[in-house]
Design a protein around this ligand. Structure first.
Ligand code: ADP
Ligand code: GLC
Length: 480
C-alpha cells in the first residue's frame, strides 16, 4: 500500500512525548513490511538541523491559501530507510523555533495557523507531487483537519488524493480549541462551521474534525477506546466519540526494539538480557553515580520519566513524598513541562538530596539509563491513552508501578493479584492508592526470588511493534 502519515512529532527529529515514538515506529515497521510510506512533519529547526535532513532535497514550493491571504512555504524530502520518505513542510516564520508548541510558559499564539498551514501543506504536496495515497493517516489535533482538507481539495481540483483517511487519537485532552474566527483560516465550506462540524460551544475544535470525518478512527489502547466514550475521560468530546462508536478501534502501541532493547542499547554503559542480568547491575551503579548517590546503595531505586503535566499524576507522587523521605530508597525523576510541578519536585528533592534527584530537562540518554538502572518505574497517571514507559520498563526488567487506567491496564498485570503472571503493581489513581502500591513494592523488593521472577516475566512479554503495525495494516486493508 501507499501510506501517508502526518504528525507534529517524529522520532528522532522532534520529540516531546510518546507520539514521536509511536509515529516513527509505525511508519518504520510498515516500511520494513514493504509498504511505501511517506511521513510528513513540520520543518522545525531541530528537524532541519538533524544530520539526516542535511541531505534533504528541496522538492516543492508551496503557496497555501489561509483565509483571504496566501502564505508561501517549501517542502524538503529525505529518505532515512528503504521505502520511507520524510517530508518536511517548511515555513521559517512558523517552524524555525526552539520548541514545537510553546515557549515553556505558554502555547504559541499562532498555533492554529501553524498547524492548519502544515495540514494544507501536506494536502498541496500530495496534489502537486501526484502522490496518490491508499491511506492518509493523521494523528492528534495538530493534523486532525487532514481528512476534511483532503476531501475538500479533491472536490476543488477534481482529483483523488487518498482512497481512505484514518485518524488516531493519542490524547483527547489536547483538542486544538480556538476562537471561532479560526474557522475562516481553514477555507473549509461554511456548512462545517456548526455543531455537526467543527464548532464546539462557540469555539472551533480541530480535534472534532478528525474524529467525525476520518473514514476510520483509532486510539492507542482498547481500554482508552472505551474510556473516551465516558464523561470522566472524554474531556467533553465523549458524545462526539460515541457518534463514531462503530468505527473506533483501540490498537496498542508497541516498543521499537531497535531503540528500546537492553540487549543492544548503545546509550547504556552495559547491555543485558533476561538470561544474564549482570549488565543491569552496572546500569544501576552508573545511575546512582550520575545522581550523586552512594553507588553501593542496596535498596530499591524508583525511576520516573515524563512530561510534567497534570495527566502524569505528579500530584499523587508529591502527596506521597514522606514515603521517599522516610524509607530507605532512592528516587530519580527526569522530566520537563509545567513550572508548578518542577518547582514542587525540586523542593522535594532539596529536602533529601542524598536520596532524591530531579533532572529537569529532555535527555534521551538519561531516560534509557533510568529505565535500565531502576528497580521500579513510576507511572501514577490520572489517565493514560497508551503509555510507552511502562512497556519499556518491562522490557528492561524494571517493575512498573502504574494506575489502573487506559493503556496501563492493557499492558501491565498486578503481581499480587496474579502471582503467576504478574509483571507490575497497579493502583487506583489516588494518593492512598499509590501509597499502598509503594508499600507493596517494598515487600516485593525484599523477596528477591519473587522480585526476579516478576522482572523476568516482564522481559518475556512481547510488545514488539510488529503486532501493532499488523493491526494498522489490517485496518487500512479493510477500509480499502
Ligand atoms: P506521553 O506521550 O503522554 O508523554 P508516553 O509514555 O507515551 O507518554 O511517552 C513518553 C515518551 O517521552 C517516552 O519515550 C519517554 O521516555 C519520553 N520522555 C518524556 N520526558 C522525557 C525527558 N525529560 N527526557 C527524555 N525523554 C522523555
Ligand atoms: C500520547 C499519550 C500516551 C501515548 C502516546 C503515544 O502522548 O499521552 O499515553 O502512549 O500518545 O500514542
Amino acid at each position: 500500500m501507499k501510506i501517508v502519515q502526518a504528525a507534529s512529532e517524529l522520532f528522532p527529529y522532534l520529540k516531546t512525548g510518546g507520539l514521536a515514538d509511536a509515529v516513527a515506529s509505525l511508519a518504520g515497521t510498515l516500511a520494513d513490511q514493504g509498504h511505501e510510506v511517506a511521513v510528513f512533519l513540520p520543518g522545525y529547526r531541530a528537524a532541519l538541523e538533524h544530520p539526516h535532513a542535511a541531505a534533504a532535497e528541496r522538492r516543492l514550493r508551496l503557496k497555501i491559501e489561509m483565509g483571504d491571504e496566501f502564505l508561501t512555504g517549501d517542502v524538503r524530502v529525505f529518505s532515512p530507510r528503504k521505502n520511507l520518505q520524510v517530508y518536511l513542510v517548511c515555513r521559517e516564520e512558523f517552524f524555525d523555533r526552539r520548541q514545537p508548541y510553546g515557549n515553556g510558559e505558554r502555547d504559541y499564539e499562532d498555533n492554529a495557523d501553524r498547524f492548519i498551514f502544515f495540514c494544507k501543506g501536506v494536502v498541496e504536496t500530495l496534489r502537486l507531487a501526484g502522490l496518490q495515497a491508499d491511506v492518509v493517516h493523521s494523528h492528534d489535533w495538530q493534523t486532525a483537519l487532514l481528512p476534511l482538507l483532503v476531501r475538500d481539495a479533491e472536490r476543488k481540483h477534481g482529483v483523488t488524493l487518498a482512497v481512505k483517511t484514518v485518524f488516531t487519537i493519542h490524547n483527547i485532552a489536547y483538542q486544538g480549541l480556538y476562537p471561532r474566527g479560526v474557522f475562516a483560516r481553514t477555507n473549509l465550506p461554511e456548512e462545517l462551521n456548526n455543531v455537526d462540524g467543527l464548532e464546539y460551544y462557540e469555539q472551533t475544535n480541530l480535534l472534532k474534525g478528525g474524529i467525525l470525518f476520518a473514514d476510520r478512527v483509532t486510539t492507542v489502547s482498547p481500554r482508552y477506546a472505551q474510556e473516551i466514550q465516558t464523561p470522566e475521560f472524554g474531556n467533553g468530546l465523549e458524545g462526539v466519540v460515541q457518534a463514531r462508536e462503530h468505527d473506533i478501534v483501540g490498537l496498542l502501541n508497541g516498543v521499537d526494539l531497535a531503540v528500546w532493547n537492553p540487549a543492544t542499547d548503545a546509550l547504556l554503559p552495559a547491555r543485558y538480557s533476561a538470561a544474564n542480568l549482570a549488565g543491569k547491575r552496572i546500569c544501576r551503579t552508573e545511575l546512582l553515580k550520575r545522581c550523586g548517590f552512594a553507588v553501593d546503595f542496596p535498596g530499591p531505586i524508583y525511576g520516573m520519566v515524563c512530561r510534567f503535566a497534570e495527566q502524569k499524576g505528579l500530584d499523587l507522587l508529591l502527596a506521597n513524598q514522606t514515603f521517599f523521605h522516610r524509607q530507605d530508597c532512592r528516587l530519580v525523576l527526569l522530566g520537563s513541562g509545567e513550572a508548578r510541578y518542577e518547582e514542587a519536585i525540586r523542593a522535594m528533592a532539596e529536602r533529601s538530596p542524598a536520596k532524591i534527584m530531579l533532572s529537569a530537562k529532555l535527555d534521551e540518554g538519561m531516560s534509557h539509563l533510568i529505565e535500565a538502572g531502576s528497580d521500579f518505574f513510576l507511572m501514577p497517571s490520572h489517565f493514560e491513552p497508551c503509555g510507552l514507559n511502562q512497556m519499556y520498563s518491562q522490557v528492561y526488567g524494571t517493575v512498573p508501578i502504574v494506575s489502573q487506567v487506559g493503556g496501563l491496564m492493557d499492558t501491565v498485570t498486578d503481581v499480587d493479584a496474579h502471582p503467576e503472571t504478574g509483571t507490575g503493581l497497579m493502583c487506583p489513581p489516588t494518593a492512598a492508592g499509590l501509597r499502598a502500591a509503594l508499600h507493596r513494592s517494598l515487600t516485593l523488593f525484599a523477596d528477591a526470588p519473587r522480585m526476579a521472577a516478576t522482572q523476568r516475566r516482564g522481559m518475556a512479554r512481547d510488545f514488539s511493534w510488529k503486532n501493532a503495525a499488523d493491526g494498522y495494516a489490517r485496518l487500512y486493508q479493510e477500509s480499502l
